[in-house]
Design a protein around this ligand. Structure first.
Ligand code: SPV
Ligand code: MN
Length: 627
């Protein structure tokens, strides 16, 4: 180690911390830590290894610092973010670009030199008076081709504690990889805190992503999506790195779908936030590998996927004992380590959220402070008992439905990939693409979804969100689509691609499906992947036969599924589908710097098929007409 850096580290972190650090043979890592300790200037530094005592220290610090409150149930704590810091801040999340390089309009970018200067100015001395936690993690399983080491510096024990639950410990992985490690680096500070221990200077909230040096800077915010650096922040670094090396980072769940004769088929699924992703990953009688982010690599002609994480930062709104029995049960298991965020705490230190079983409590404390029903904010809007984007952080490891492959260094073989969005009027509940490129283009790259409370801004506006990954892209859209198309080439076993739509509504504005119907869609996909079910070709893809669904509804849900329901749900809506194609074409024509000709050709062929069908059968075509 360079003597100057050694002296500095010794002065700042002491003998004990230095001894821990010296186990990692990586001068670049030591230099990075020294630089940001100097710059952010904390009073204390804690180097956290994988040792249980170190991890315990962080967990206790979160309570000691009053960033978390202990609840009545053992192991459960509660964290609040500032009232206006409850979701991802898209506006201030910026990819830094060197002069002359550009990304598409939909991806927020900033001049690298200017942004680096700005964020370093904001972060100078930002940790004064606080302790910084230096943590080492591994994205993906350890000791694997997928392993991606990450170092995080944060002055928030809540963030460091959350990461413990969500990610695999990586100190030993850093030791193993030594100076060969190409690690990601995250520096976070919650900034000055108010009396509720929430970030005060929200006007200086910044999340800046520097692809050149693989560093993310996040400051003056606590909300997990802006601060848990290993989640969506490292995801942008991984998308960039993977695009150079031929692997993919997707906003995808990974689940085992259980078919006949104990067959397990792995399916990945991309959904925008608050669109049923976690509840899909948690379907009962299936098994979960991951609920948010997957790395995908090609190996021996197959696609393999791993969960980048090992825990869940799940949305809690609407979780009830009937629709989500496993999650409900987990959330009520004493001893399980859970951090609740932005829910209501009652005077007896229990929690309540929108849609939980039972009555709304008469009073409590929530993200707005003291709360009683009917409380309004300064704009006159009613404050709900919990925030709509309130969450819970829990490890997957103790869940009853955990898939045994969670930590398998080889990952799982992907049989199918699903794309779904919040779509009230266009796509049928489940449909298979004709082939890989048709799926990537008309399902993944054409994904739209109505906005939700997971990001700041208006809700319910239909927005383009390709692969549900638009918010996290760090490379040009055209390049990203091409990477996906190329990924499907030269495979011995090409995953099938599907779309699902849990949010389709009828003419009366009511949802056409119940929340639990999705169980049937996954069983159908499992049969299709294994060539055990026929399908009907429509202009937009392949849909189930009525008899198959009728049988599956009975088997899976003990429900009598009527022909009338089937027809309503699976009618091909020609005008809506045509309008969608025009919207998507426009996005690519006007807002994308490098769209692919194949994209337009594929959309044009789909349009042609829709127009031909319209001529023959009219605007709304019942599925049987096409059988
Ligand atoms: C999402 O919003 O997609 C999440 C939570 O999974 S966040 O960490 O905010 O990205
Ligand atoms: Mn997500």
């Amino acid at each position: 180690m360079d003597n100057k850096i050694k002296d500095l580290l010794q002065k700042r972190i002491g003998e004990k911390g230095l001894k821990k650090l010296m186990r990692i043979d990586n001068p670049g890592l030591h230099q990075f830590i020294a630089k940001y300790i100097e710059h952010c200037n904390p009073d204390k530094v804690f180097i956290c290894t994988d040792a249980p005592d170190d991890i315990k220290y962080i967990r206790e610090a979160a309570v000691r610092n009053k960033e978390e409150i202990e609840l009545a149930t053992k192991g459960h704590t509660l964290h609040f973010d500032a009232y206006k810091d409850q979701a991802r801040d898209k506006e201030h999340t910026v990819i830094l670009m060197p002069k002359g390089r550009k990304l598409d309009k939909a991806i927020r970018t900033g001049d690298r030199d200017e942004c680096l200067k700005e964020v370093h100015d904001i972060m100078e001395d930002i940790m004064k008076g606080k302790e910084v936690y230096v943590r080492f993690f591994c994205l993906g399983p350890t000791n694997s081709e997928f392993s991606q080491p990450v170092i995080q510096l944060t002055d928030s024990a809540y963030v460091a504690h959350s990461e413990d639950i969500l990610y695999r410990q990586g100190f030993e992985e850093f030791v193993r990889q030594g100076n060969k490690a190409r690690f990601f680096k995250i520096v976070h500070s919650a900034g000055e805190l108010d009396e509720r221990m929430t970030s005060k200077n929200l006007e200086k909230r910044r999340v800046y992503i520097d692809l050149e040096d693989d560093i993310v800077y996040s400051c003056n915010t606590q909300y997990g999506g802006n601060t848990i650096g290993l989640k969506k922040l490292a995801m942008r670094l991984a998308i960039h790195r993977g695009s150079k090396e031929g692997w993919l980072t997707e906003h995808m769940l990974v689940m085992g779908v259980h078919g006949p004769n104990n067959r397990v088929t792995y399916i990945t699924g991309a959904f925008p936030s608050l669109c049923g992703k976690t509840s899909t990953a948690m379907l009962d009688n299936e098994t979960i590998v991951g609920d948010d982010i997957a790395y995908l690599r090609k190996k021996n002609g197959e696609v393999r996927a791993v969960n980048v994480e090992k825990g869940m930062f799940g949305i809690i709104m609407g979780i009830n004992s009937e629709d989500d029995p496993i999650q409900y049960n987990t959330l009520h298991t004493p001893g399980e380590e859970i951090i609740f965020s932005n829910v209501l705490m009652t005077p007896d230190k229990r929690v309540y959220w929108i849609g939980k079983d039972g009555d709304v409590p008469p009073k409590g404390i929530n993200h707005s402070g003291e709360w009683t029903p009917g409380k309004k904010d300064d704009k006159g809007n009613e404050i709900t008992p919990s925030h709509k984007n309130a969450r819970f952080t829990v490890s997957l490891e103790h869940m009853q439905n955990i898939d045994p492959t969670l930590h398998d260094p080889k990952g799982v073989v992907v049989g199918g990939m699903v794309y779904g969005g919040r779509d009230s009027d266009t796509c049928v509940p489940v449909e298979e693409a004709f082939d890989w490129s048709h799926g990537i283009i008309t399902k993944g790259a054409s994904l739209e979804s109505e906005t939700t409370a997971a990001t700041l801004g208006q809700e319910g506006v239909r927005k383009f969100n390709l692969m549900s990954n638009l918010d996290f892209l760090s490379i040009p859209i055209g390049k990203y689509i091409k990477a996906n198309l190329d990924f499907g080439k030269d495979l011995r076993k090409t995953p099938r691609i599907f779309s699902v739509n849990y949010f389709l509504k009828g003419k009366d504005g009511k949802f056409l499906n119940e929340k639990t119907d999705k169980k049937v869609w996954y069983k159908w996909m499992e049969l299709r992947i294994n060539k055990n079910a026929e399908a009907i070709d429509t202009p937009t893809g392949r849909i189930p036969l009525y008899d198959d669904l009728k049988r599956l509804f009975k088997e899976v849900l003990n429900k009598d599924y009527s022909k009338a329901e089937y027809i309503k749900q699976f009618t091909v809506r020609i005008p809506e589908n045509l309008a969608k194609i025009e919207r998507i074409k426009k996005v690519y024509e006007t807002d994308t710097i490098d769209p692919l000709p194949l994209l337009f050709e594929t959309l044009e062929s789909q349009k042609k098929r829709l127009l031909e069908a319209q001529k023959k059968h009219g605007d709304y075509i019942a599925p049987d007409t096409l059988a």
